[in-house]
Design a protein. Structure first.
Length: 76
């Protein structure tokens, strides 16, 4: 296997389908699902996947990203 697995949202609307795709970087389906679940994707037992907005996922707190340019530079 050479390709990493992407998750595709399986939500279908009246006018089409959700185009959200998650690049997981995983090489096994289980790993891809686990990676998706960590960021709010919903994985159904039958293998269908839904992106966070489609699955009703609403983060209560925004993710905190700490940016550090160099080691030891966090002291201002
Ligand atoms: Zn979606």
């Amino acid at each position: 296997m050479s390709a990493c697995i992407t998750l595709h949202c399986d939500q279908q609307w009246q006018y089409g389908t959700c185009a959200t795709v998650l690049w997981t970087g995983a090489r096994a389906v289980d790993d891809a699902h686990a990676a998706g679940a960590r960021v709010g994707w919903r994985i159904l037992p039958d293998g269908r996947t839904y992106c966070p907005p489609c699955s009703g996922y609403k983060p209560t707190t925004p993710p905190v990203v700490r940016l550090r340019s160099t080691k030891g530079a966090d002291r201002v």
